[in-house]
Design a protein around this ligand. Structure first.
Ligand SMILES: *Cc1c(COP(=O)(O)O)cnc(C)c1O
Length: 360
């Protein structure tokens, strides 16, 4: 069977080794005679999967002991609401850096909960870069500063982060978690839906500094309170057991690949292959992101007009490339090259892009 040349933005490609391992255990997980999703979430067999997932996340992301790892459903989109519900108290302001559509959505939900402030924005420049954030700004009343570490739709990425000395730093890392080493101590909360770099959709990872848990009000509905998850090891109710099992396999795969330093190196190499084609195309391919804000996960580009982009996408599809259309909100082209996308597939795309240019 031929695996597709999958450049989907999310849900996205998973490591083939992970899918094979899951297939091997599909009918009979660890000699139980049951599939993973048939196990009780209170059984010791499932408990082992659950705990392994948390301990591997801690290991790979070097998460210090004063943080909790939580598994929540509802996607990153629910975190847009849960973050302010739990952490934005009356009289405080939540600061948002606008760097793309996802940060706009996060801000929109926070506005329903309390007072917000736009700390920086590149919206009027079509989100082509990560906006300059002034660390000396007035943060006296800030509950937190919220950023989006990788802008999946516009193809930009933070390459250095603001410090969290003055105010807690919160990051939506849905599309680049596990793509590079992380200094967790610089963050107070990060969240990520799994379907880009971590596994299938259905589970969202939240990593929160324990101290912050004290801020949540007891009045919150239980399922919307981080403490409910923290106190119960994310087993207050039934967690998405299959998604967490697959997450464990992805984490084991990442560990075997050599951890995040190694993965970062591979990601740099893959991204360079495509950006070189863009930069050496004499303007045939136009990168959307400014160079120093370029994402290593989502490479966004256009051809000289929408017609040419459409032709490119049509021919790429004929040639077997999947998922190269830009997000429906901005059009153009986008190659998502998450951890699991093999370098060979990226190389094939680069060759296709060069050949397409020569033909036109
Ligand atoms: C995909 C994505 C989201 C939305 O995730 P859902 O799981 O669909 O809610 C939010 N933020 C970023 C950065 C994303 O890439």
């Amino acid at each position: 069977m031929n695996r597709a040349l999958n450049f989907n933005a999310g849900p996205a490609a998973l490591p083939e080794a992970v899918l094979k391992e899951a297939e091997k255990n599909w009918l009979d997980f660890n000699g139980t005679g049951m599939a993973v999703m048939e196990l009780s979430h209170r059984s010791k067999e499932y408990q082992a999967v659950h705990d392994k997932s948390i301990s591997l996340l801690k290991k790979l992301l070097s998460i210090p002991d004063d943080y909790e790892v939580l598994f929540i459903q509802g996607g990153a989109s629910l975190q847009f609401s849960m973050v302010p519900m739990n952490l934005l108290s009356k009289g405080q302001t939540a600061q948002y850096v606008l760097s793309g559509s996802w940060s706009e959505k996060a801000l929109k939900e926070a506005n329903k909960i309390g007072k917000t402030f736009i700390a920086a924005s590149s919206k009027d420049q079509k989100y082509r870069f990560i906006p300059e954030y002034n660390e000396d700004g007035d943060l006296d009343n800030a509950a937190y500063l919220h950023i989006t570490s990788n802008n999946t739709i516009y193809g930009t990425q933070w390459h250095s982060f603001p410090s969290n000395e003055k105010t807690p730093l919160i990051a939506d890392m849905s599309s680049d978690i596990l793509s590079r080493p992380l200094d967790m101590s610089n963050f107070d909360l990060i969240y990520a839906g799994a379907q880009k770099n971590l596994g299938p959709s259905g589970v969202t990872v939240v990593i929160i500094r324990k101290e912050l848990l004290e801020k949540s009000s007891d009045e919150l509905p239980s399922m919307l309170n981080y403490n409910t998850y923290a106190k119960n090891n994310s087993l207050y109710n039934t967690p998405p057991t299959l998604a967490i099992y697959l997450l464990t396999l992805v984490l084991e795969w990442a560990d075997k690949e050599g951890g995040l330093e190694q993965i970062e190196k591979m990601n740099e190499e893959k991204a360079k292959i495509l950006y070189d084609v863009i930069d050496e195309s004499d303007g045939f391919y136009l990168g959307h992101a400014l160079k120093d804000s370029r994402s290593r996960m989502n490479v966004t580009f256009n051809l000289h007009n929408e017609e040419a982009s459409k032709d490119f996408l049509h021919q790429a599809k004929e040639a077997g490339f999947v998922g190269l259309g830009g997000h429906r909100s901005i059009g153009g082209c986008r190659a998502s090259i998450y951890n699991a996308v093999p370098a060979e597939h990226v190389q094939k795309l680069a060759e296709f892009m060069k050949a397409f240019k020569n033909k036109n």
